[in-house]
Design a protein around this ligand. Structure first.
Ligand code: BGC
Length: 888
């Protein structure tokens, strides 16, 4: 067995568009215990054989294996680098050994002056197309008469685009350039295209659609939100073997035409008329007589920046499971999984025949097609055949949230073979796995993961199906920690947080949705009158999300990058607080809690309480961030502010008899989870929460604010069994109620489908909202007990403290940290009250293993377990450990 190394650059296998010196991190997979790194060597080359080395650190004495910068490495524009690392380690009973080099990670150098792309936007659209959402083509023939060693395209678009070279798609990226706050910034993509080019005539082509840029977006259906013309801007760099270099840009010598996309909208879907197809439009020799000259158009973004990773791509192919007719006689195809996907259709008919289908999430009570909850999103595909040959079609500029397809028109009878679904989401490595002996919990875990897959489509959205799909800050905040166990969210959230910062109001207010649609061009009267930004738990994404990324990766860079944004948000609350009580205009409060008044979305916990609780929590995190960054004066200032807020909270929301002024579950959860209860009233607050739980027969009635922390508030205050009971409830309302009702993703409402089979109002009833999936965090952190140590974040030192309970026989969970997998597998032994715990700790890290509620350690696997208040604990180095203990 040898030591294996996996290298990542800025936490990615393939980093693109980078100009400044990136960070190298690697995991060391060693079969030995207590494996520590003594030295490392990083090599960077321009070829994968590492024959032309650009940088070579030589062996560096260092125990650091994450966030390393190579001093002399400054990526050059358009150059593709290969990087690898090897290490010298020592381990228990082993001499110092040298590893082999890791497989290479790649780095593609980005544009030094990306704003130059602003000068090269061209469009095939004309004035009459301003309010249309047609597809357009752009193309240009170039002649290459020298030998190309390496070729790179840097490209972006206003709208969505797919790049073609000589008849081939350049990438399987979907919806490029992705959604950013376009008025501020637009991202460019970087593609290596060497293999697509030939000597002689070559064709560069692009297919453009309206996308978020000018297509209909938001629940008020605004179009042309960012601009009027779908436009492309690119630069092709050819590096010749003779050492010279040539660049081509988009300009008005390009030709344009309409594509067969008659209409494409994100919510409504795509209409494709195959009779308008132009065979060979993206290949040399195509006759462009009927095409027209492209025109230059201004770039509407302040600046252009690089997309560094996590593009949206086709992730999984899904075959349908069932085709049937509903009681009303509709033809329906069932994929058995709610998801965000592109439908692919194939079939045969005659010219002029059409395929028409609508994608939807659930069947109604009687088993019929239910589309009311899509609101105005048509989620429809219309395809017109051009001839009697077999056809295959997949939409280009739209995606749907669905499990079912209603086929309203098809040449001949449609069946399973006629459909495939391609799941789309941002590319992120899966990092977490969780399984246990309870199949319902495993289904819940599955639903949480699919909620993530469905809603991490370039930005974190609330839902993927109805006419909304917006970057609601609250949803993204609530789910951030859970998502960061499941997948590598670093690039995804860093990108979105940059947009959040850019979209903040001048005085630090944080919009309800990012990219912000509500403040820039106000279009919703009710929201404008009530407030378009700065709601507690929503706006706190500005502080909580960077903090979660910092904890998960131990990377201070995210705190530095977001520093101004974080500070501005705290200062906004401070400026609007009156005597430390913060409240401001429209608050969503404990959104969609069941203790809301009949028909209302607003839970019963008073806004002043939720707002002030979050004010305290975010201020505390901000002060911690200041400490981490060594900004001691600011840390002191905000620690003092935090103490004042806590004091005010205690004086305001606790009565002198120790009860809380708001008798809601969420008020108690916040007080407990954010440590806001006065010490003297702590046990009373816990008792209060238990009483409020009992009042509902052990059920939660909490919304977006209380739900994520409910089990934490219980388990960290001596009520592990109560937390498990809550998790395991399977009648209404509960997490497992949805599972029992056949959910394959997490619902927006506890009563999305009521016990009698009827539905919550179609106005707002998504079956694919990840917010309540935030319970996933408790499964990893408490049930499996994989916890980050704030003093050594990024899993440099882990705290392993599983809580046995809930009638579970076993749990098996793993999180792949930057250092390697942290694993926990516990199972009940055959003898009563015995537990076998297997723990995996990655090389070059350490952990505290806590045997919670242990009475005796039966087998310590050579480790020294010491008794503590909650059981036993031992400090361990890396390796696999099997421990057996007896529960109290
Ligand atoms: C969204 C939520 C969001 C909320 C704001 C809804 O329409 O779907 O998830 O957070 O509005 O209260």
């Amino acid at each position: 067995m040898s030591t294996k190394i996996k290298l990542q650059v800025n936490y990615l296998d393939h980093l693109t568009g980078i100009v400044e010196s990136p960070q190298f991190s690697w995991s060391i997979d060693s079969p030995f215990r207590n494996c520590l790194q003594l030295q490392y060597q990083i090599q960077i080359a321009e070829d994968d054989a590492f024959s032309s080395i650009t940088c070579n650190t030589g062996l560096v004495k260092s125990s650091q294996s994450a966030q390393i910068r190579v001093k002399d490495f400054h990526p050059e524009e358009g150059i593709l680098y290969f990087a690898r690392v090897r290490v010298v380690t020592e381990a228990e009973g082993q001499e110092a050994t040298e590893s082999k080099f890791s497989p290479a990670a790649t780095i593609l150098g980005g544009l030094k002056h990306p704003n130059e792309l602003k000068e090269h936007c061209i469009t095939a659209e004309r004035e009459e197309d301003i309010s249309r959402s047609k597809g357009t083509y752009l193309r240009k023939e170039i002649t290459i008469d020298k030998q190309v060693r390496h070729a790179v395209v840097f490209s972006t678009a206003q709208g969505m685009y797919q790049l073609h070279i000589n008849g081939e798609k350049v990438s399987d990226e979907q919806f490029a350039p992705g959604w950013t706050t376009y008025n501020h910034r637009l991202l460019y993509q970087s593609y290596v295209v060497t293999d697509l080019l030939n000597s002689g005539t070559n064709v560069l082509g692009a297919h453009l659609g309206a996308g978020w840029y000018k297509g209909t977006i938001g629940f008020q259906h605004i179009h042309n939100f960012y601009g009027d013309y779908a436009a492309l801007s690119l630069r092709l760099d050819l590096f010749y073997t003779d050492g010279t270099k040539q660049s081509y840009y988009t300009d008005d010598s390009w030709k344009g035409s309409y594509s067969p996309v008659v209409n494409a909208q994100l919510y409504d879907g795509e209409t494709w008329d195959a009779r308008l197809e132009q065979e060979g439009w993206d290949r040399p020799g195509f006759d462009t007589d009927a095409w027209w000259s492209a025109t230059s158009t201004p770039c509407t973004s302040e600046r252009i920046e690089a997309q560094v990773g996590s593009p949206v791509t086709l992730q999984e192919e899904m075959a349908p499971r069932l085709a049937f007719f509903t009681p009303q006689g509709d033809r329906v195809i069932d994929f058995g999984q709610n998801m965000s996907a592109l439908v692919e259709i194939r079939g045969q008919g005659k010219a002029g025949d059409t395929v028409e289908l609508t994608c939807f999430e659930v069947l109604d009570k009687d088993g019929n097609v239910y589309t009311a909850n899509l609101r105005k999103a048509a989620q429809k595909i219309t395809y017109t055949l051009k001839d009697d040959k077999p056809f295959v079609y997949r939409p280009h500029f739209t995606f749907f949230g669905f499990r079912f397809i209603h086929v309203s028109s098809f040449p001949g009878r449609s069946d399973l073979d006629n459909f495939r679904a391609y799941v789309v989401h941002s590319q992120m490595e899966e990092t977490g796995t969780f399984a246990c002996s309870n199949p319902d919990i495993n289904q819940l875990q599955h639903n949480i993961l699919w909620g993530l897959k469905s809603n991490f489509v370039d930005i974190p959205t609330d839902c993927p199906q109805r006419d909304e799909r917006l970057g609601w800050t609250g949803d993204a905040q609530i789910f951030c920690r859970t998502s960061s166990y499941l997948v590598n969210t670093y690039t995804f959230f860093s990108k979105w947080l940059r947009d959040l910062a850019l979209d903040q109001t001048p005085d630090g207010g944080v919009p309800h949705v990012v990219p912000d649609l509500l403040n820039k061009h106000p279009f919703d009267d009710w929201l404008i009158s009530q407030g378009t930004h700065s709601a507690a738990a929503w706006a706190d994404a500005a502080v909580i999300n960077p903090w979660v990324l910092y904890l998960t990766w131990g990377d201070t860079k995210i705190l530095e990058n977001q520093w101004e944004s974080m500070k501005a948000w705290i200062d906004f609350m401070k400026a609007h607080a009156v005597d430390n009580i913060w409240n401001y205009k429209l608050q969503f409060g404990d959104w969609v809690a069941l203790d809301a008044e009949e028909g209302s979305y607003f839970g019963a916990t008073p806004n002043e309480l939720t707002c002030t609780a979050y004010y305290a929590y975010s201020t505390q995190l901000f002060a911690k961030a200041a400490r981490v960054l060594g900004r001691a004066k600011i840390a002191e200032e905000y620690e003092a502010l935090y103490n004042q807020i806590v004091e005010t909270f205690q004086n305001t929301f606790f009565n002198t008899d120790g009860t809380m002024t708001a008798q809601t579950q969420t008020a108690h959860i916040l007080a407990l989870h954010f440590n806001l209860a006065p010490k003297k009233y702590l046990s009373q607050t816990v008792a209060g929460l238990k009483k409020l739980l009992a009042a509902h027969d052990g059920h939660l009635v909490t919304g977006f604010v209380g739900t994520p922390y409910f089990c934490h508030a219980l388990s960290s205050h001596g009520c592990v069994e109560e937390a498990y009971e809550l998790l395991l409830k399977d009648d209404f309302p509960s997490w497992l109620y949805q599972v029992r009702k056949g959910a394959t993703t997490v619902w927006e409402h506890w009563d999305g489908i009521k016990t009698d089979g009827s539905m919550w109002s179609p106005n707002m009833n998504s079956f694919n909202h990840y917010a309540y999936g935030a319970i996933g965090e408790w499964l990893y952190r408490v049930v499996a007990g994989i916890e980050i140590d704030e003093q050594a974040p990024g899993y440099k030192h882990s705290i392993i403290a599983p809580r046995i309970g809930g009638n579970l026989d076993w749990v098996n969970a793993q999180y792949r940290s930057i250092y390697g997998p942290v694993g926990v597998h516990w199972k009940l032994g055959t003898a009563p009250k015995t537990v076998e715990l297997q723990v995996t700790i990655p090389a070059n890290t350490s952990a505290t293993i806590m045997l919670m509620d242990a009475a005796t350690v039966l087998e310590a696997d050579g480790q020294e377990f010491k008794p503590n208040a909650s059981g036993f604990e031992a400090e361990v180095g890396s390796g696999h450990y099997t421990v057996r203990y007896l529960l109290r």
